[in-house]
Every structure is written in structure tokens, then in C-alpha cells.
Design a protein around this ligand. Sequence first.
Ligand SMILES: [Zn+2]
Length: 362
Amino acid sequence: MKFKLLSLSLILSGCTSQLQVNTIHNSDLDVAYINDDKSTGTFRNFDPGEKAYPVTCQENCYPEHADLVCDSINQQCHYQGVQPKPKLNTKFKVKWLGHASFELTTPDKQIWLIDPVFGQFDWPVDWAFNLTGGFFRHTVSVNDQNLIRAKSVDAVFYSHIHYDHFNKADIKKLGTSPQYFTPLKFSEHFPNGSYTVSEMTWFSKTKLGETTIHFVPANHFSSRIWVPFIYSDWGKTLWGGWLFEHQGKKVFFAGDTGYSAHFKEIFKRYGEIDVCLMPIASYYHPENGQWYRYVHTTPEDALVASQELGCKVMVPWGYGNKSWQMGDISSHSALKRLLHMHKELNTDVSLYILNEGESVRF
Ligand SMILES: [Zn+2]
């Protein structure tokens, strides 16, 4: 396999301080492959085009489950099932902070955050939503937010630029001491300050402490700014997932993604994965359901993907009491459907359900 090695360091001047950007591209996949249109610099998916979904829940997709206790129908729930923890000995500790946010403690005791968004959206989206009565979340409590920020965070990882995954206000609060890892073309979206940002291309890798970091594809899209007829940044930043590897043990965060051939490609390149953090919500929309599923896995898509990835255990996310419930129909319907389809599919992938704020060492 031929590797192209390219590492660029450049300094972008901010108003008051300097952003340090390092571009990591040591993959056999040419950047041009994912550059859909060089003149506009937009990216495309690894496996674009129509999809055949192996399984679709057809009826009775949201049955009651004895281990899921809710205040009202599918809303404000707590999972209380007794779960045997698979013996994986990865030495990674996983804490779910709500929606797509995770805190990962690495085997060498580093604290890493994935897609940390603790409040609402960045301005002006929060402001526009306030005016129009759009969707809001129950935010992570101020105490918990302060506890997370008080820890010495070593690294922060972003999967893509959407407002519920990348929040400038939280970056400012996390400060300049963590190292930031992002998909390509993110640095211009950082606030002013002396942040250290490593932008990565798909299938590139780097190392932090004892853990190897791989950036991998997801089937999604990017957009952050849209002014009708004037400006759109659709596809101008890359998107993806993260695979963390320590002494052959692997933890995978899929990012926002629909079901596509990229999962089989990840398995082909890296082999079986110990722990898979998989999105299961945001697949539903009354008019645009097809598009929503194209970019967000249903619970059964996530199960099929986990099987293709060789995941030993799958931890679901994207739903929850502290989530935005975007494209979903309630806080916990997606988890109900997952529990139902897990039984239906009789898969050998184990599930491990976390309530928001809970953690587990695998
Ligand atoms: Zn997204």
C-alpha cells in the first residue's frame, strides 16, 4: 500500500492571538476523491447514491419494554435493566454526556471529549429558534458542565460542523489547553485564540499518548451557514467518525451517519471493533423521511452496521432526555425501537445502554 505523507503546519492570524493548524493526510485515499468539485471545494460521501437497507422495522416498532421506565409515552425515561458487561479489557472508560457528547478516559488516563455541546446552539441559531419556537434541549446541568470543564481535558474531537456537534461557545469555555482534532477545513470556524487544531482526512492516523487516532468516513453532509440566494457552505467542511486504538483494542465513534458501504470498508481496514458508539435517532421525518434515513441510521441500520463492523458491544446515542429530539418523535422512541429490533434480528452484537451522565469501563 502506497502512503502519501503530507503534513502542513500553518499559522492563521486571529485578531488577538494565533490559531495553529496542522493538516494530517497520511492515507492512501487521495483527498481529490472526496473533493466533489475542486472549483467550489465541496466534499462528497465515500459511498454516494441510493441505498438498499437490509432491514426495516415495519410494524409495532415501539413496544413497551419492562426495563425502560418513562414519565409519559416514550418521554423522559430511565433505563434500569441489569446488563452483563462484556469482558473486553480495553481499559477505555466511556461516559455519555447526552446527545452525541462523550467523555473518554484513555488507558493512559487522558481525558478526551467527543462532540462536546453542553448548551443550546451557537448564535444566531439559538436566537432564531427562540423567535420561531424551534426545538430546544434540557441542557446538561451547570454543575456537570463545570465539572467537565474543571477537569484537565487533553483532547477534543469533532465529527462534523452541525450546530448540535460543534459549538463555539463551548470551545471558548474549554480553552486553548486541549488539542483539537477535526475533519478537514474546520479551523476557520474556530473562535479567535491560540487553539491547536489538527485537521484530518479519511483513513489518516496520528497518535496522542499511547493511543492511535484514526479519522474515518461517515455518510452525512455538512452545512452551517445558509442565507437564501446569497450564501451556503454546504459540503465545504468534511465529516466523519473516530476510531481509537490502544494495544489492538478499539473504540469507535460513528459520528452522524446513515447506513452505507463505508462501514464494511472500515472493517476491511481495521478489523473487529470492541466498542461501537452508534447513533440511532433522527431518522424520522413526516415528509423527508428518505433523506433523514440517508444521513442518520435507524436503530436497525445501526445494528446491521455494528454487525458489519464486527462490534463486540454497541452503545447507542442520539436520543435521550437531554437531546434535541431532532427528526425523532420523542426522547426515547429510538431506544424502544432498538431494543425491539435487537431481539428481532437476533444479532450477536451486545447492547450496553447508558442513561445520560452514566459511565462504564469496558
Ligand atoms: Zn449532523
